[in-house]
Structure formats: C-alpha cells, structure tokens
Design a binder for this molecule. Sequence first.
Ligand code: URA
Length: 213
Amino acid sequence: MTTRALRQQLELLRNSGIREIYRPHNTQAESLAALQSHYADCTKCGLHKGRIKFVYGEGDPDATAMLIGEGPGEQENLTGRPFVGAAGKLLDDMLKAINLNRQDVYICNIVKCRPPNNRNPEQTEREACLPYLLEQIEIIQPRLILMLGLVAAQTLLDSKLSMEKLRQTTHEFQGIKSYISYHPAALLRNPQWKRPAWIDLQNFRDDYRELRK
Ligand code: URA
C-alpha cells in the first residue's frame, strides 16, 4: 500500500470514529535489529572515535540466558560481532562444554564500542551505554544472566567486590537470576582460574537446564 493510500485509509477510519488501531508488536528480532541500526552512529561517549563497527549483540532474541561481557576488542570492532577473537573462541568452547552454542543464548557487552587498546571502559562510558543493554534485557527477557568478568559484574551490580567474592553466590539484576564468572580473556591469561570457572559454568548449566524443562 502506498503512503497516500494508507493516509486515506487512516483518514477514513478517523472519520468513522475509530481513534485507535491495533498494530501487531514487532518481534523481538525485529525490535533488536531496528535498535541496532538506530544506535549504530551513537556519539554519546568518546569510544565512538575508535569505532569501526558498533557491536550491539547477537544470538537468540528469545534466549533463556544472556551472556554479558565487557566491551568489543579488535576483532569485534572489525566484524561488528561480540566475542569473535581469542576470548570468543574460548567462550565458544565453554558453551560447548555445557552443550550450548552461541545461537542458543544472546551475547553482548557493557559497552558497544571498542575501548582504545582494550582498556577497561570508564564509568562515564559504561553509563552512556547502559541504556542500550537495559533495553536489550527488556526485549529479550532472559531468565538467567551470566556476567563475564568484573567490569560486567561491578557495573551491573554497582559493586566493588572482588571476583572471588562475587562468584560465590548468585545475584539478581532487574529481577533476573545472575551468575558471575571469570572473563574468558582473563582465563586465557590465568589458566589456574579455569577450574573455578568450570564450577560456575556447571552451576549455570544446571539452572539453565531446569528452566528449559
Ligand atoms: N571481550 C568482551 O568482553 N567482549 C567481546 O565482545 C570480546 C572480548
């Protein structure tokens, strides 16, 4: 239908007293895709200066679990996809170990543009980007969240506690049960943390399975 024809039809409806029309909601995938392209030129913080690609997130728009990392690295900035570099390969393996793959979950980050030299995103950058993540959570409505690394956990839980403390228990974020574990990049640098990370992952998996029953 052309815009003119649509306008005429709306006019007709209005003249016959109809003030509201039912418009089906976008699917979650459509909403996420629309928002991704809407925000792709964001300049809310300085990170946009180094941006090649805006790394919004990817995976199942109706996922039971959302995985939240820190921010894009070099490969992610080049491709526009989260966790595709070395840490991403390890994340794929970690998911495989609990019989999941990245299409089963939704993966994104605290900040959507790469911090220079992969430094931690600053508080102002995290705050500027947080509404995008909150909106993603609102649309996807996951039942579980896995926060990968201290930046994600401390930002979302507004905490200064160590990883050792934070991972000892589950938390609630926006009413959603949240697990915290080591960032895969940290595991690559500190293989001794792989054992505790495996424990976290198994707990997460057990909950995930229970929810999917
Ligand atoms: N590290 C992250 O936290 N996120 C990515 O997407 C890649 C590396």
